[in-house]
Every structure is written in C-alpha cells, then in structure tokens.
Design a protein around this ligand. Structure first.
Ligand code: NAP
Ligand code: MG
Length: 402
C-alpha cells in the first residue's frame, strides 16, 4: 500500500513508563505503516531529561513553536520518591509546565465519546471541553495566618503611596492576596477563541462578577473585547459566545447535551475538569491539547504514565492499559497538521483511525478500565496489545473501502 505523504513535520515527544510502551506500539503499528511522516523526535524520558539537565524539554517546546504541531507522551513529574527511584540529579520541573510556560498556552481537556460507554449524566451527548486559565489567583497568592489582634492593609506604591484597609483582626484569622495580569488573561482568552473556532463549538465563560465586580469583572470584560474582535469568524463557524454566572453554568451543564468549550478561571477549572472527566468515565478516554495564543498545538492523553501498570509490565505480566487517549493524541496532531498544510488525505487518515478505535470498542473489544462502564456489559476485557491489533484490523478494513 502506498503511504500517505505528510508535508510538514510533527514534533514527537516521547515519555515514560507504561505510556511510553504503548506509544511505541501505536507508532509502529498504527502510524508508520500508513503515513510518510517527518517526525522531529525528542526523548523526554526522565533519564534523558536528567542527562541533559532538562534542556531537552525546552528544546521540544521551541520545536513546537517552530513547527506548530506536536504530540506528547505522558512523562514523569519527579518528586522525592522518583528522584530516588531513578537516581536523578534533582526533582526536575514538570515538563508540561515548562512547555506550557514557553508557549504561554492553555490546556483543553476533551473526552472521547463511545456509544457503549454512556456518560453518567444522561443528557451529555457531545464532549464538554474544559479550558482552564493556569496562572494566578490562589495558585500564585500571598497567604498569611493571623494569630493575634492586628490590622491588615494593602499598600499600593505608585508615584505616591496609598493604604487600603483589609480587616481589623480582633483575634486569630487568615488572609490572602490574589493577583492576575492582563497579558495572561488575554492570552488565555485568545487560546480559548482559537480552540472554539478550530473545533467549531460554542464558547462559555463563567465567573462571579456580581460579587467580584473588579477581579472577575476584568476577565469578563477581556473575553467580551476579544470575542467582539472575532465576530465575523464566530458567525462563519456558526458558533456563539456566552457569559454565565458560575452557579448558573454549573446548573446548566447538568442539563446540557454538551458540544461546548467551557472556559474557567484557575480554581474552577482545576475542580470542574475533574468532575467532567469523572462524568465521562475513564481517564483512558480523556485527551488534552495545549493551544497557544498564536495557534501552536500540542496534543496528549490526559492521563499520566500509568505507573502501577508499568510495574506489572516489568514483572513480565500483560497489562490492560487503555491506549485510546494516546491514539487520539496522534490523530489530533495528524489532523491539525493536515489542516495547516491543506492536505485532506492526511485529515481523512486521522478520521479513519479514530473511527477504527471507536468501532473496536463498540464491538465490545475493550480494556479493563472500560469494562465496568460498558452498556451492554462486556464479559471479557482484552490486553493492550490485543486491543491495538484489533484496531489495526478495523483500520485496514476502513482504509480498503477507501
Ligand atoms: P496515571 O498515570 O494517570 O494513572 C492513575 C491510575 O488511573 C492508573 O493506575 C489506572 O488505574 C488509571 N489509568 C490511567 N490511565 C489509564 C489508562 N490509559 N488505561 C487504564 N487505566 C488508566 O497516574 P499515576 O500512575 O499516579 O502517575 C504516574 C506518573 O504520571 C506520575 O509520575 C505523574 O507525574 C505523571 N503524570 C504525567 C502527566 C502528563 O505527562 N500529562 C499527567 C498526569 C500524571 P488502575 O491502577 O486502577 O488500573
Ligand atoms: Mg484538579
């Protein structure tokens, strides 16, 4: 069979443990036999990050900036335990945090919907995608524990000095000072708009501007400004923007059928993304994409390196780790590459591979994580390798039909 030619490179970022094992199987069996694809490869295994003093992570981020599209395998974010386990020089920073900071991007989490794995909320028929602003608020706050009566003021130094009262403590208490920046918020908003336009989904933003008129109000104002600039693009894509109070958004999402990008402030996004992921089922069905305000994209699975399964693998036991989200990371990147290059046959291949995965699961061939969620219930689960081989069989059948 003739290979489908991919015009421009995709940045491939390899990772760790079980995710790395699956990565290789996916690449060798489902990608390389069908695509003639220039891959710019970076090995972000914990060993190589340690060897290069983590320079490799920054280089991979620069490559995504250059080539616009990347696909990343899950990587270990080392803590003290991992430093010992892998005898590292130090607990290197999270690679995802480094790449996100370099691209000033926003992470969008999107569930994969399969007919026989129904979401726990009955009305959800299409993906609910969460975009989380990942700078500031309580995550970069000043906190203080008051243990005796005292007065707290905020000092603002400009040309002159101004004092604003916070509270007169008559006893013990606590306080916190939050901040955010226009640049970070605006880049977040631009990434959300890029993503909504690219996926053709409605965009929601929710906050509590009735209470926090200035802080939350500022987010709302910037959203409206940026959306207004793209009014024509929204119309062309047939999508809408709406602002909701956060409590209203929570109530509405439970009755919604999905097909929404829900942009959230930092804390809300942290929590709500886990609630939505739980509602859609397994981590093995959750994808994630980092989008920069300049239209650079990095696709990955939302799960980690699946450490527990890897230890089983090292003992020589077969594991039933779900490769679906990793396959969809590849198809996401391949489709985006095809869109940017204007190569329809490349986009078509991504569609067909996704179809092959969904067909496999819908035939009742699934990994262990999905089995308890299946409806109708599937009696037997398969190991990763068997699943991938079945996907390949289905893919060949779909490709042969043209
Ligand atoms: P994890 O990889 O997300 O896995 C946690 C548990 O979720 C697994 O033990 C497994 O449950 C289930 N699971 C996750 N993905 C699955 C899949 N594809 N198929 C089947 N089950 C799946 O988290 P972890 O094992 O606690 O973390 C390992 C490492 O991943 C950590 O070092 C962390 O730093 C890193 N991490 C990386 C990223 C990233 O690169 N994006 C994200 C998160 C975490 P059962 O054991 O019950 O089967
Ligand atoms: Mg969270």
């Amino acid at each position: 069979m003739e290979l489908i030619k991919v015009k421009n490179p995709i940045v491939e970022i390899d990772g760790d443990e079980m995710a790395r094992i699956m990565w290789r199987m996916i690449k060798e069996r489902l990608i390389l036999p069908y695509l003639d694809i220039p891959l710019v490869y970076f090995d972000l295994s914990i060993e190589n990050r340690d060897r290069t003093d983590d320079q490799i992570t920054l280089e991979s981020a620069k490559a995504i900036k250059e080539y616009k599209v990347g696909v990343k395998c899950a990587t270990i974010t080392p803590d003290e335990e991992r430093v010992k386990e892998y005898r590292l020089k130090k607990a290197w920073k999270s690679p995802n945090a480094t790449i996100r900071a370099y691209l000033d991007g926003t992470v969008f989490r999107k569930p994969i919907l399969v007919k026989n794995i129904p979401p726990s909320v009955r009305s959800w028929k299409k993906p609910i995608i969460i975009g989380r602003h990942a700078y500031g608020d309580i995550y970069n706050a000043f906190e203080y524990r008051v243990d005796k009566p005292l007065t707290v003021e905020v000092v603002i130094k400009d040309d002159d000095i101004n004092y604003f009262p916070i509270h007169n403590f008559e006893g013990k208490g606590i306080f916190m000072v939050l901040h955010n920046t226009e640049k970070s918020i605006r880049n977040f908003v631009k990434s959300c708009i890029n993503y909504a336009l690219s996926e053709k989904v409605d965009l929601w933003f929710s906050a509590k501007d009735t209470i926090s008129k200035i802080y939350h109000g500022y987010f709302k104002e910037i959203f409206q400004e940026e959306v207004d600039k793209k009014k024509d693009d929204f119309e062309k894509a047939g999508i809408r923007y709406k602002y909701l109070l956060i409590d209203d958004a929570i109530a509405q999402i439970m009755k919604s059928e999905g097909g929404i990008l829900w942009a959230c402030m930092n804390y809300e996004g942290d929590i709500i993304s886990d609630m939505i992921a739980g509602g859609f089922g397994s981590l093995g069905l959750m994808t994630s994409v980092l989008v920069s305000p300049f239209g650079e994209y990095e696709y990955e699975a939302a799960h980690g390196t699946v450490r527990r399964h890897y230890y089983e693998y090292l003992k020589g036991n077969p594991t039933s780790t779900n490769p679906t989200a990793s396959i969809f990371a590849w198809t996401g990147a391949i489709r985006k590459r095809g869109e940017l290059d204007g190569t329809k046959e490349v986009c078509d291949f991504a569609d067909k591979l996704e179809k092959a995965v969904l067909k496999t699961i819908e035939m009742g061939i699934m990994t262990k994580d999905l089995q308890p969620l299946s409806e109708p219930f599937v009696e037997r689960f398969v190991y990763t390798e068997e699943f991938i081989n079945k996907v390949k069989e289905n893919l060949e059948e779909i490709l042969s039909k043209g």
